[in-house]
Design a protein around this ligand. Structure first.
Ligand code: HEC
Ligand code: HEC
Length: 213
């Protein structure tokens, strides 16, 4: 499969690209382009923008080999759905695969780039963006998915449990910092004492903001 590069290599590149984008104004240079999904008129573009950057940046997609067919992209999206818990239903997955096969076909994208400059997609809210990076950097996604239990509970289930709880943000922040066991089962969650208050708050807000299962 295309997953030949190591996670760390991808992550490193992701950070590099993210850093470049923050520093530079929007332009048609390559780094800015890889950090976001290639714009398109296809309906799958909006869905992919919503769903495919929840856990990692768009350059995971950019780094796939060019000329992947629609069915290869559909298989990749299926992996995101089933192995990693991407909250995407099958009609949405079909639309995303059609969009990705078209937008990442390797054919010249001058027109798409021009569209990007004219109507840049709105950047996501900073707190959410931080949380996604933190989830990735700290290995949270090795044990948690958004919508199904892995080693730890689904983040949607955590949000549902705390929906009406007083001091939900404070409790969840503390539980991420200190780790613990017995709230969801007999497997312990490791402590993350090195995270700053701001990072913990971004994570807890992101998790508590998940929709009900
Ligand atoms: C719930 C979290 C999550 C969502 C949502 C998600 N992904 Fe992923 N994605 C992952 C994880 C975890 C990896 C693997 C990271 C690693 O091992 O390098 C990954 C890796 C990838 C890769 C690299 C190749 C591979 O198979 O490892 C591609 C391409 C990719 N995702 C595309 C997508 C697309 C397209 C979508 C939207 C349908 C999407 N992702 C949504 C979690 C997610
Ligand atoms: C080694 C696996 C593992 C990793 C890594 C991990 N978790 Fe957990 N997490 C768990 C388990 C297991 C539980 C359930 C613990 C329990 O039953 O009390 C849990 C519980 C939680 C809860 C629910 C706490 C509550 O108040 O009910 C949250 C929120 C959470 N994890 C967030 C995170 C975040 C954020 C990260 C990354 C910074 C992370 N987890 C990394 C395994 C993990």
């Amino acid at each position: 499969m295309p997953a030949t590069r190591s996670f760390l290599a991808r992550l490193g590149l992701g950070l590099l690209v993210a850093g470049t984008v923050e520093a530079a104004p929007l332009s048609i240079e390559l780094p800015a382009e890889t950090a976001r999904l290639a714009p398109s008129e296809l309906p799958g573009y909006a869905i992919a923008n919503q769903k495919c950057t929840l856990c990692h940046s768009a350059d995971y997609i950019q780094l796939q080999p060019p000329n992947m067919s629609q069915s290869q992209w559909r298989a990749e999206v299926a992996k995101m759905q089933h192995a990693y818990g991407a909250p995407v239903d099958d009609p949405q997955a079909d639309a995303i695969a059609a969009y990705l096969a078209d937008a990442y076909s390797g054919k010249p994208r001058a027109k798409a780039v021009a569209t990007a400059v004219a109507t840049p997609p709105a950047p996501p809210a900073p707190a959410i963006e931080d949380a996604r990076g933190l989830l990735q950097d700290n290995g949270c996604l090795g044990c948690h998915a958004l919508d199904h239990p892995v080693v730890g509970p689904a983040y949607q289930a955590v949000a549902a449990r705390y929906r009406n709880a007083p001091n939900a943000l404070q409790s969840v922040t503390q539980h991420i910092r200190q780790g613990g066991v017995g709230r969801w089962g007999q497997i312990p969650m490791p402590p993350f004492a090195a995270l700053t208050d701001t990072q913990l708050k971004a994570l807890a807000e992101f998790i508590l903001g998940q929709p009900s299962p």
